[in-house]
Design a protein around this ligand. Structure first.
Ligand code: DAH
Length: 336
């Protein structure tokens, strides 16, 4: 009787195509409720002689099925392993790769903070060209032909009427020419002057600021700049406005803050005065407003300008401006 099962088993074995097929086939024949198992159970109904013979046959069949299923299983196991090895071929003994982290440059960091503070006060951010017309860099800003800033010693001339901008103030003119008040923006960027020592670099960064509207007063300028300096250097920093002169503002002021290095006691950096000069500013000169077609009777405004290198050097106690441009990794790493 057990031979009845051999051929069906062999037929089914042909259609086995996976490890789980093989396992299922084994269960079908040899499992607790398997076909072969049922025959073993039914042996008890036979006479002793018949049982002996049938038992032997069934045992042979059982061993045969077991062996065939195991063979199939090991073939598939081997195939699966090969596929996995191919698809997951990683050499886990290799050392890991570590990405080197950079850090933000102290100038970018400082500029970012300045921009953040003014943006929070509602100022937008504008840009202008670094190669600028003499007209915008000087003329429209009321800087006369004989002004010392126009000297070849200070200004890089590209041609008779084109310069590398010496300050970010020309952006004031460009924006005003194209828009009507109210205006409130800052203009950060690179500027160029023929100058180089421990505190001067031929290329450096400035942030210009301008606010123009009806009824803008010097008190607005004071409020904005004091708020700015206290956010940047701390809420208790003393600030003072000193009368000064710029052709494009009237009246003009230079703004000092208490020396952050000696806490106003007097040191080498503040030259014993306890004060550090940090900004130039003033009320926009009516001539500048006229130059861009605004009516100075209707509109007033204030402007200010500052150097980013100077602020970064004070903030991080850097005593040589060249450190900011040499990009020595040992220096830059300290700001990560
Ligand atoms: N442009 C000036 C400079 O480069 C800085 C400055 C001073 C800008 C006063 C201003 C200002 O807008 O009102 O030295």
């Amino acid at each position: 009787m057990s031979d009845d099962l051999k051929q069906p088993f062999l037929d089914e074995l042909k259609s086995v195509t996976s490890l789980s097929d093989a396992a299922a086939l084994k269960v079908k024949y040899l499992g607790k409720k398997g076909l072969v198992t049922a025959q073993i159970k039914s042996l008890s109904t036979l006479s002793p002689d018949e049982r002996k013979q049938a038992g032997q046959q069934i045992n042979e069949l059982k061993q045969f099925i077991e062996a065939e299923c195991d063979k199939k299983e090991s073939v598939f196991k081997n195939d699966e392993l090969k596929i996995r090895l191919l698809s997951e071929s990683i050499d886990i003994t290799l050392p890991g790769k570590f990405a080197a982290f950079g850090s933000e440059h102290p100038l970018s960091k400082t500029l970012g903070e300045v921009i953040d503070i003014f943006t929070r006060m509602g100022f937008s951010v504008e840009e202008g060209p670094e190669v600028e017309l003499d007209q915008y860099n000087f003329e429209a800003l009321n800087i006369p032909k004989d002004h010392p800033a126009r000297d070849m010693q200070d200004t890089f001339y590209v041609s008779d009427d084109i310069v590398l901008r010496t300050h970010t103030s020309p952006v004031q003119v460009r924006v005003m020419e194209n828009r009507k008040p109210p205006l409130r923006f800052i203009a950060p960027g690179k500027v160029y002057r023929c100058d180089a020592d421990v505190t001067h670099s031929p290329m450096f960064h400035q942030v210009e600021g301008l606010m123009v509207d009806k009824d803008i007063k010097f008190s607005h300028l004071k409020g904005v700049l004091i708020t700015f300096l206290r956010q940047l250097f701390g809420p208790d920093i003393p600030v003072r406005f000193r009368p000064s002169f710029f052709p494009f503002t009237e009246p003009s002021a230079e703004i000092d803050m208490g020396c952050i290095l000696c806490k106003s006691a007097g040191c080498r950096v503040c030259k014993g005065s306890g004060w550090l000069e940090i900004l130039g500013a003033g009320m926009v000169n009516p001539k500048v407003l006229e130059n861009v077609g605004y009516d100075p009777e209707e509109y007033t405004g204030f402007a200010f300008g500052m150097g980013i290198e100077r602020i970064a050097m004070l903030k991080y106690s850097i005593d040589d401006i060249r450190l900011l441009f040499e990009n020595d990794i040992r220096f830059l790493r300290q700001f990560s």
